[in-house]
Write a protein that binds this ligand. Structure first.
Ligand SMILES: N[C@@H](CCC(=O)N[C@@H](CS)C(=O)NCC(=O)O)C(=O)O
Length: 195
């Protein structure tokens, strides 16, 4: 959804190919040849293949600079901030959510440690509180305008909600709702529902 949302923000032409993980399509030899990790998303742009959602969003933002999804090359400090929040999502905000998902249902039963859940939820709350402090008085995460960092943050906060993990500050909910109302995301969801 992060990638389809970005493509819709850009207005790029793209082909959406569904990989049904529940049917094991991520583990087929043909798919493993594209992404040896067997995961989605993957971007195929001509003869170039790229995995990792954050790398894909950065690539798309730089390929389509007019989209503003990645701050311009000459805005060094804004780019620094942009990378800061991309890294924050990957390392601080989404890791506790992955842990919760893994220990709730992803890992084999005998590898799950239920005692970790409360700690992971607490870790998420700590990271989300830092984010809430940053967003106070700001409409967007970086540089006063919408960017791929907002896609990553809003997507991750909406993931927390759907996992029934509370957001520690109501302003985070307001920000998330504002981002999720963007017409590009509405189109992305509609595109995914047709797949
Ligand atoms: N760090 C990767 C994570 C990708 C990932 O874990 N995707 C999940 C779906 S949300 C997946 O494909 N899981 C299948 C598997 O682990 O076999 C990214 O952001 O692109």
């Amino acid at each position: 959804m992060r990638v389809v949302w970005a493509l819709e923000e850009i207005g790029a032409e793209y082909e959406y190919v569904k990989v049904d993980l529940f049917k094991g399509e991520g583990r087929s030899p043909a798919y493993l040849a594209i992404n040896p990790a067997g995961k989605v998303p993957v971007l195929v742009d001509g003869d170039f293949t790229l995995t990792e959602s954050v790398a894909i969003l950065n690539y798309l933002g730089e390929k389509f600079p007019a989209s503003g999804l990645v701050p311009a090359l000459d805005k060094l400090q804004t780019r620094g901030e942009f990378h800061r929040w991309c890294c924050f999502v990957l390392s601080e905000l989404e890791q506790p959510l992955w842990n919760i998902a893994k220990h709730r249902f992803v890992l084999p039963q005998d590898k799950r440690v239920p005692a970790i859940l409360a700690t992971a939820e607490w870790e998420f709350g700590v990271a989300a509180q830092v984010l809430a402090g940053h967003l106070q008085g700001r409409d967007y995460a970086v540089g006063g305008c919408f960017s791929a960092a907002d896609i990553l943050i809003a997507h991750t906060l909406s993931w927390a909600r759907s996992a029934r993990i509370g957001l520690p500050d109501p302003e985070l909910g307001t920000y998330t709702d504002r981002m999720l109302a963007r017409p590009a995301l509405v189109r992305a969801r509609e595109r995914e529902s047709r797949a």
